[in-house]
Write a protein that binds this ligand. Structure first.
Ligand code: CTP
Ligand code: MG
Length: 254
């Protein structure tokens, strides 16, 4: 399938993008090795609907009216590939900068944060492995943080649909009330200063979280969930690619 790189300036979202100035820096983390996916190219570079997978999230953030600039975090030895196979194939309206990834996702986010201008009050951290994120979702999460000064951040998440079991070894020890459980996704949007401080403290405490919200929460920051769709999957194992391809195909037909 031939790649379709939309002209951002012709986008409905941009035209409709209202009164709020672009006040958000996107940090898209694409520096993982994709071990569970298993493709030697790395899952962020495999083809999805005619483009390297990571292109789809970069395009979504480029089209989001709240986003002023984009930082892509990738392995330093793959930055030429990102320039050639991602950036030069897209017509992007926002300034894009590359930052070197680290050994863990948390290190990669911290590296990306170093490139975030401190005069941009909000930062939106996103997994490059979530190609199905929609402009409207980005705008909703940013809007929630903007609208409530008591929030340190907000994240996309889905309600747990499965009954959850607390298991020790292979024995169930509890069945918690699933209505209290949500599955965290990205983007996760924070006040820039709060996320930078949370990462600094995590380094000091040698704390490794599995997402950015957990770093902010442990400092007492209030973080809200914004209900997402199950479409916004993280491509993790090879079967996920077919799911993403089908969802993107449906969307492109609309
Ligand atoms: N990521 C990153 N730097 C790392 C590890 C992960 O930038 N050191 C990014 C991945 O590229 C991905 C996102 O964080 O976009 C979510 O991570 P995950 O889905 O776990 O991707 P990988 O770490 O690449 O996959 P795996 O855990 O299977 O190796
Ligand atoms: Mg990983």
């Amino acid at each position: 399938m031939e790649a379709r790189a939309p002209m951002p300036c012709a986008c409905a979202e941009r035209v409709a993008g209202g009164a709020d100035a672009a006040d958000t820096c996107a940090v898209i983390v694409a520096g993982g090795s994709g071990e569970r996916f298993g493709d030697p190219r790395g899952k962020q570079f495999v083809e999805l609907a005619g483009l390297p997978l990571m292109c789809w999230s970069v395009m979504a953030f480029d089209r989001a009216p709240s986003v002023a600039r984009i930082v892509i975090v990738c392995a330093p030895e793959r930055s030429a590939e990102v320039e050639r196979d991602v950036l030069s194939r897209l017509t992007l309206a926002k300034p894009v900068e590359l930052a070197p990834s680290g050994p863990t996702r948390q290190d990669s986010v911290r590296s990306g944060l170093e490139r975030v201008p401190r005069d941009l009050p909000l930062v939106a951290v996103h997994d490059a492995a979530r190609p199905l994120v929609e402009v409207e979702q980005i705008e909703e999460v940013v809007g929630v943080v903007r609208a409530d000064a008591s929030l340190a951040g907000a994240i996309l998440a889905t309600r747990s649909v499965d009954t959850l079991k607390l298991v020790e070894g292979t024995t169930i020890v509890a069945t918690p009330d699933r209505s209290f459980y949500w599955a965290a996704q990205t983007p996760q949007v924070f006040r820039t200063a709060r996320l930078v401080a949370a990462h600094k403290t995590a380094v000091r405490d040698e704390y490794q979280g599995t997402d950015d919200a957990s770093l902010v929460e442990r400092l007492g920051g209030r973080v809200r969930v914004v209900e997402s769709t199950r479409d916004n999957i993280k491509v993790t194992v090879p079967e996920d690619l077919a799911i993403a391809e089908a969802a993107l195909g449906r969307r492109l037909l609309c």
